[in-house]
Design a protein. Structure first.
Length: 184
C-alpha cells in the first residue's frame, strides 16, 4: 500500500513537472511569435513609406530611376515572402536597396532638397531604429526559447511536442563589411 502511494506521488510529481515545463515552453514560444509580430509591424511601416518615395521619384534622372526600381523590386519580394527565412532574406534585400538610396542622396544634396525626400529620410531613419530594436528583442526571445527547449530535461517535453527552434534574425553580409571612410 505504501509502495503504491509512493509510486502515485512520484507519478504526480512527474506529471506536474511536465505540465509546468510544457506551459513554460509555450509561453516562451509565444513570446518569440509576439516579438516577430512586433518586428513585422515596423517592417510594414517601412514598406508603406515606399509609395511616397516613388511618387517623389517620378521626376528623377535615369540613374536615380534605377535605384528606385531596385527598391520597387525588393518591395515586391517582401509581399511574396511566406516563411520566416524568406521574410528575413527579402527584408535584407529591401534594406540594402534603401541604403543605396540613402547613400546616393547623401552624395547628391540637391536630391535631398526636393520636397518630401528629406521627410522620407527622417521617417525611414526613425523606423529603421525601431526595426533594429525589435530585431534585438526578437533575437532575445528566440534565445530564451531555445535555451528553455534545449536544456535537459525540458528538451524531452519539447521533443515530445515537436517544438522546433526558431531562426535568429541575422545581419546581411553587406552589413557586416567594414565601412570605408574617405576624407577629401
Amino acid at each position: 500500500m505504501i509502495a503504491l502511494i509512493i509510486v502515485l506521488v512520484i507519478a504526480a510529481i512527474v506529471v506536474i513537472w511536465g505540465i509546468v515545463t510544457y506551459n513554460g515552453l509555450i509561453a516562451s514560444r509565444n513570446q518569440v511569435d509576439r516579438a516577430f509580430a512586433d518586428m513585422d509591424v515596423y517592417l510594414q511601416k517601412r514598406f508603406q513609406l515606399v509609395p511616397n518615395l516613388l511618387a517623389t521619384a517620378q521626376k528623377l534622372t535615369d540613374q536615380e530611376q534605377a535605384i528606385f526600381e531596385k527598391i520597387t523590386q525588393a518591395r515586391a519580394a517582401i509581399g511574396g515572402a511566406r516563411t520566416v527565412d524568406e521574410k528575413f532574406a527579402s527584408e535584407d534585400a529591401f534594406s540594402q536597396a534603401l541604403r543605396g538610396f540613402i547613400s546616393y542622396a547623401e552624395q547628391n544634396p540637391q536630391l535631398v532638397s526636393q520636397q518630401g525626400l528629406s521627410e522620407f529620410a527622417t521617417s525611414l531613419n526613425e523606423i529603421d531604429t525601431q526595426i533594429r530594436n525589435s530585431q534585438q528583442f526578437y533575437n532575445g526571445a528566440v534565445l530564451n526559447f531555445q535555451n528553455s527547449a534545449e536544456v535537459f530535461p525540458a528538451n524531452i517535453i519539447a521533443g515530445m511536442f515537436k517544438m522546433s527552434t526558431k531562426p535568429f534574425f541575422k545581419a546581411a553580409d553587406q552589413e557586416k563589411e567594414n565601412v570605408q571612410v574617405q576624407f577629401k
